[in-house]
Design a protein around this ligand. Structure first.
Ligand code: THU
Length: 129
């Protein structure tokens, strides 16, 4: 998990955050040991900005990654306090990763662990349609 968390910290170096100055990196570990990453990318039309977690997962789906092969996700910020994924990201994480996926929330100083399911209790999914 150390390599995954390090990858998330490296990923925020590529964040494009001229408006918030709040870089976030995300990384997922796949069953073959490979790691895919994403960073937040903002826009002058603020609502078009995209979080690191969704960029990471959309990158993975676009590259042909299948849900069961995702084994863990790390989300990192250089701040002293760990970041907590926004509601939109939680919904996308619920759809695209197994519910028991461990999520590592990592700051400059510490790392907390939670499961994907615990991030969005009673989440909406395709069985509700
Ligand atoms: N952001 C993320 O990328 N992930 C999170 O978990 C929280 C927020 C981004 C969105 C925006 O670019 C900046 O952080 C400030 O909200």
């Amino acid at each position: 998990m150390k390599a995954l968390i390090q990858a998330a910290h490296k990923a925020y170096e590529c964040a494009y955050v001229p408006y918030s100055q709040f870089p976030v990196g995300a990384a997922i570990l796949l069953e073959d040991g490979s790691i895919l990453t994403g960073a937040n990318v903002e826009n002058a039309s603020y609502g078009l900005s995209m979080c690191a977690e969704r960029n990471c997962l959309f990158h993975a789906v676009s590259a042909g990654v299948e849900k069961p092969s995702i084994k863990a996700m790390a989300i990192a910020t250089p701040q002293s306090h760990r970041v907590s994924p926004c509601g939109a990201c939680r919904q996308v994480m619920r759809e695209l990763m197994p519910l028991d996926t461990p999520i590592y929330l990592s700051s400059k100083e510490s790392t907390e662990t939670i499961t994907n399911d615990a991030l969005l209790p009673l989440g909406f999914d395709k069985d509700d349609l």
